[in-house]
Design a protein around this ligand. Structure first.
Ligand SMILES: Nc1ncnc2c1ncn2[C@@H]1O[C@H](COP(=O)(O)OP(=O)(O)OP(=O)(O)O)[C@@H](O)[C@H]1O
Length: 571
């Protein structure tokens, strides 16, 4: 997943406009307009107030100001306090709305990213890295949501600048034009400095993603790393990734601070020019010069926050670009959607017909025009060297992946995409390292069940999986399993995973290397459970383990066979 091209501001605004409700934007813009108007008016009111101290000589520049100058002092002061208070209240409301918009956008982007990944095709998904997914759903969705805030800050700033300029023009149009020209030139100059922002943002996405991948990988393989003594190497890789990320951040902040420094110098120069023009050249009376200076002093930090928002915006656009291209990529590889189709029921035979499967980036096919027929209720063992295609066969018969050519057929009917999705619900899969959550045994067994199963069903599944040791535990099925089931042995974990599979009452049960590394007693207990399923459930055993292969009515050797038909002895 990557995003290598710059997004234009128009694309970003169009995307955000689609995500945020128009009503919300209209309310916010209205509030921002009132806040800016009250600020502008408040500053204009300074003129008659200043005249109270410095006199009104030469001060009648417009009829509005002339009428204000005649107003009673108490009214002027009350108006000033009222306007400032009104602005404070509105700014509070604007900030609340901004925060809400940002938070709900973040939530929406996170949900969209998660849904796109969850809904992607398995063959595409298996080529991706879970660290990238974590990075996308957490960090990049946040950064993309932060963009909405930068846009709103920019909009608020621009509206306020416009109103302050109008207020300035009410006092002196020459000064307003001078500010406009100077501000325009400065903004063009600063645009140059912001140009590299998206490239810096992309470097951040890459460095952050690398670190996230390393952490995700290290955490899921900590035991193996400890035993293999790989920790020093992992620590070195981690240090490098942390330093790379810090260097990217350092570059970004240095550039940002340099732009700020230049802005401060430019602003001081502009302010000096402003005072010089106002007092020396234009000889504007003090009653105007003081409020004009107040306007200028207000404009400087405002323009500063605008250029700051512009840099952050450029930087965060890279996050949005990455998010959008990842969403596009995931959605271009959709998993099959479950539609309203008649339930698939295996009562005679499960077959692969003329199946060809070649993985992305590989030239050799794992299966080429492969045929296989297994009878319902039978136990079929599949052997083959590593890489012969045992797991791929499991993915094909479970309907997880679609072959490039050929069909998965149940009772002679080739399954379309919607039926393939429906068929999956009748398949249970137990793998070598079962997925276990840090909950109780009962919660782990019930994991994935569509309806919450009753306790008796869970107990029956435990018995069917030869996992009765659970009943002897002090807390029985309520015993905590620890992360990844760390508090249990490999054999115990496998039998709990088998109980989970049996609870689902599957039509097809796939056991993928379930006895790898288990002792004879545990393997025998699993074997006894499998034998008891004969005639009740179709079982596919993928294994290198002779003890498991011996359970099969027939053995399919993937190193030899390019087609396989098991006799109907299972039913
Ligand atoms: N997602 C994938 N992308 C690319 N190639 C893949 C992918 N999954 C599997 N392969 C390749 O397909 C071939 C069959 O892999 P598969 O995992 O099905 O073999 P296996 O018999 O289960 O191996 P093992 O016993 O080692 O688990 C291998 O060459 C493997 O490298």
């Amino acid at each position: 997943m990557s995003a290598d091209r710059d997004l234009t501001s128009r694309e970003v605004v169009a995307f955000l406009a689609r995500q945020v409700e128009t009503r919300e934007i209209v309310v916010l813009l209205g509030l921002m307009l009132v806040a800016s108007l009250s600020e502008g008016l408040g500053l204009v009111l300074l003129i008659p107030l200043t005249q109270l101290f410095v006199g009104s000589e030469g001060a009648a520049a417009s009829s509005l100001l002339a009428s204000l100058a005649d107003a009673p002092v108490a009214a002027l002061l009350a108006g000033f306090v009222g306007l400032v208070s009104l602005r404070a209240v509105i700014v509070f409301l604007v900030n609340e709305r901004r925060r809400e918009i940002g938070l709900s956008l973040g939530r929406r982007l996170r949900t969209q990213a998660h849904a796109a990944l969850m809904g992607a095709d398995w063959r595409w998904l298996s080529r991706q890295h879970s660290g990238d997914h974590a990075s996308l759903v957490m960090a990049e969705a946040d950064r993309a949501a932060g963009l909405a805030d930068h846009v709103l800050v920019t909009l608020t700033g621009l509206v306020t600048v416009a109103i302050l300029l109008v207020s300035t023009a009410l006092v002196s149009w020459q000064v307003a034009v001078a500010i406009l020209l100077f501000g325009g030139a400065a903004s063009l100059l600063y645009a140059n400095f912001s140009r590299g922002g998206q490239a810096e943002g992309r470097a951040y996405v890459a460095a952050h993603g690398k670190l996230q991948r390393l952490v995700t990988n290290a955490l899921s393989h900590l035991r193996a790393a400890r035993i293999a003594g790989a920790q020093p190497g992992m620590a070195r890789d981690f240090d490098t990734a942390v330093s790379d990320l810090a260097a990217v951040e350092q570059r970004y902040f240095r550039a940002t601070h340099a732009v700020n420094m230049l802005f401060q110098i430019g602003a001081a120069f502009a302010l000096a020019m402003f005072v010089y023009v106002t007092v020396e050249l234009a000889a504007i009376p003090l009653a105007f010069a003081i409020p004009l200076t107040a306007l200028a002093v207000r404009l400087v930090p405002l323009l500063g926050s605008l250029q700051q928002a512009r840099r952050s915006w450029q930087f965060d656009i890279a996050g949005l670009g990455y998010l959008l291209s990842s969403l596009e990529d995931a959605r271009a590889h959709p998993d099959v959607a479950e539609a309203e189709v008649p339930p698939v029921h295996l009562s005679r035979e499960l077959a692969l017909r003329g199946v060809t499967l070649t993985y992305h980036g590989r030239t050799d096919a794992v299966f080429e025009h492969f045929d296989m027929v297994i009878p319902a209720g039978g136990i079929i063992a599949v052997r083959g060297q590593s890489g012969a295609g045992k797991s791929s066969l499991a993915d094909l018969v479970s309907g997880l992946i679609r072959p490039d050519e050929g069909d998965l057929c149940i009772d002679g009917v080739a399954l379309g995409d919607a039926q393939r999705a429906s068929w999956r619900r009748h398949v249970a899969y137990v793998e070598q390292e079962p997925y276990l959550t840090p909950g109780t045994i009962a919660q782990n067994i019930a994991w994935g069940a569509s309806d919450s199963p009753d306790l008796q069903a869970i107990r029956d599944a435990i018995t069917a999986a030869s996992a009765e040791f659970v009943f002897d535990l002090p807390q029985g099925i309520e015993t905590e399993m620890g992360e990844d089931g760390r508090l249990f042995s490999g054999g115990e974990k496998q039998r709990i995973a088998l109980a989970r599979a049996l609870l689902a009452k599957p039509q097809l049960l796939i056991l993928d290397e379930v006895t790898a590394g288990l002792d004879a007693r545990n393997a025998e207990q699993i074997g006894a459970s499998v034998r008891a399923l004969r005639g009740r459930c179709t079982v596919l055993i993928l294994s290198h383990d002779e003890r498991m292969l011996a359970l099969g009515d027939e053995v399919l050797d993937l190193d030899e066979a390019r087609s396989f038909r098991a006799p109907e002895s299972g039913t």
